[in-house]
Design a protein around this ligand. Structure first.
Ligand SMILES: Cc1cc2nc3c(=O)[nH]c(=O)nc-3n(C[C@H](O)[C@H](O)[C@H](O)COP(=O)(O)O)c2cc1C
Length: 184
C-alpha cells in the first residue's frame, strides 16, 4: 500500500519550494495530500498542489458543503487521522508557535492535533534569521522536539528578504529524501 503523506503548507516565501517536495513524493509513489493555511494561499495557489497530487487541497477546517461522507464533513480529521507522515513545509514562526501550544484554529494546526500516535511529525522552518533567533520561537521549537517532532533545517544562507543568516528552508530534495526514509 502507498504510504500516506500529509503536507501542511504555511505562509512564507518558501511555500513555492513545497511544490517541488510534493512532486518528488508523488513520483516516489506516495499518496500525498495537502493542507494549507490561509496565509499560504497568498503565496502559492492551492491549484498547484491539486494538480501535482490529483487530490483536493484543504484550506479550511470547515467543509465547503453540508452533504457528504465523514471525509467531506470532517476536514480536520480526514486525511490527518490516516497519515503515516505529516510534514510542515515551510513552517512559519507563527505556525511553529501554534503547533507547540496545541492550537486548532486552522486546517494545518488542527490536522496536527488529529494525527495518530505513530505518525511521523516533521517541520521544516523557514524565516528571517532574526525571527529564527527569537527566544520565543526557539522555545516553541524546543517544545515541539520534546513532543517527538523532527526538525529539518533551517540552513545558513541568503534569504528572500535580502539578508543572510540561518533561516533558509532546507533543499527540497533533502527534505523529500528524509520523508521517504521515514515512510519506506
Ligand atoms: C512577503 C512575506 C513573507 C513572509 N515570509 C515569512 C517567512 O518566511 N517565515 C515566517 O515565519 N513568516 C513569514 N511571513 C509572515 C507570515 O506570513 C505571517 O506570520 C502569517 O501570519 C503566517 O501565517 P500561517 O503560519 O498561518 O501560515 C511573511 C510575510 C510576508 C508578507
Amino acid at each position: 500500500m502507498k504510504p500516506k503523506v500529509l503536507i501542511g503548507i504555511t505562509g512564507g516565501v518558501a511555500a513555492y519550494k513545497a511544490a517541488d517536495v510534493v512532486s518528488q513524493l508523488v513520483k516516489a509513489n506516495c499518496d500525498v495530500r495537502v493542507v494549507m493555511t490561509d496565509a499560504a494561499t497568498r503565496f502559492v495557489a492551492p491549484l498547484t498542489f491539486a494538480a501535482l497530487t490529483q487530490q483536493k487541497v484543504l484550506t479550511s477546517i470547515f467543509p465547503d458543503t453540508s452533504s457528504g461522507g465523514m471525509d467531506v464533513i470532517y476536514p480536520h480529521l480526514y486525511p490527518a487521522t490516516e497519515a503515516d507522515a505529516f510534514v510542515v513545509i515551510p513552517a512559519t514562526a507563527d505556525t511553529i508557535g501554534k503547533l507547540a501550544n496545541g492550537f486548532g484554529d486552522d486546517i494545518v494546526n488542527c490536522s496536527a492535533l488529529s494525527l495518530k500516535t505513530n505518525c511521523k511529525r516533521i517541520f521544516c522552518p523557514a524565516m528571517n534569521f532574526q525571527m529564527w533567533a527569537n527566544p520565543i520561537v526557539q522555545d516553541n521549537v524546543t517544545k515541539l522536539l520534546k513532543y517527538g517532532w523532527h526538525q529539518i533545517g533551517p540552513e545558513e544562507g541568503r534569504m528572500a528578504c535580502g539578508t543572510s543568516g540561518r533561516g533558509r528552508l532546507s533543499a527540497p530534495t533533502a527534505i523529500a529524501q528524509i520523508i521517504l526514509n521515514s515512510v519506506y
